[in-house]
Design a protein around this ligand. Structure first.
Ligand SMILES: [Mg+2]
Ligand SMILES: [Zn+2]
Length: 183
């Protein structure tokens, strides 16, 4: 079985400028790509799990989301940190786009994306790790049975004192990976 690191996207991989959907607005968090490469070198599969309710809300289309994802994946690849998969939840119960305006099992804090990734990529969840910037990320990891879950402060809730059920909190992905790999 393979161990993975599940990464939330907005606020962990890239700055959360709210409903980021244009490549021009996609600003990598400093050190995130290098941290991802170190995780890949340590034998972790890299999987992004991202809530994208902007699709249900009609702020951008799923096609725009996929176009941005393609460019993001290419950068990870070039940096020696290829992504095994990227899962997104396009839903929101209060959305305006009929096809996506519903309850679902994939929007975090629900565990659907993580469970699907584990099934499709034969991942061992107890041996895996999640890194997110919101408590809903941590809750999704817990609900899925992910072994460890870390909160990072590179998102928009940086001053939030509560770390919920996270195992620890770090400034950003780079510091989290420093601690994980004892570097
Ligand atoms: Mg986030
Ligand atoms: Zn969903």
């Amino acid at each position: 079985m393979t161990r993975a690191v599940f990464l939330d996207r907005d606020g962990v991989v890239n700055r959360d400028h709210a409903y980021v959907h244009r490549w021009e607005d996609f600003e990598f968090v400093p050190g995130a790509l290098d941290a991802a490469r170190r995780l890949a070198d340590a034998g972790f599969r890299l999987v992004i799990v991202t809530n994208q309710s902007g699709i249900a809300r009609g702020y951008y289309t799923e096609a725009q989301y996929f176009a941005l994802t393609e460019r993001m994946c290419a950068v990870f690849e070039r940096q020696g940190a290829p992504l095994a998969a990227v899962y997104h939840c396009p839903h929101h119960p209060a959305g305006s786009v009929v096809a996506f305006a519903r309850e679902c099992d994939c929007r975090k804090p629900r565990p659907g994306m993580i469970l699907r990734a584990a099934a499709e990529h034969l991942l061992s969840l107890p041996e895996s790790i999640l890194v997110g910037d919101k408590l809903s990320d941590i809750e999704a990891a817990r609900a899925a049975g992910v072994g460890r879950a870390y909160l990072v402060r590179s998102g928009n809730e940086a001053s939030m004192p509560d770390i919920g059920t996270a195992d620890a909190a770090y400034a950003d992905l780079a510091q989290c990976v420093d601690a994980l790999l004892h570097t």
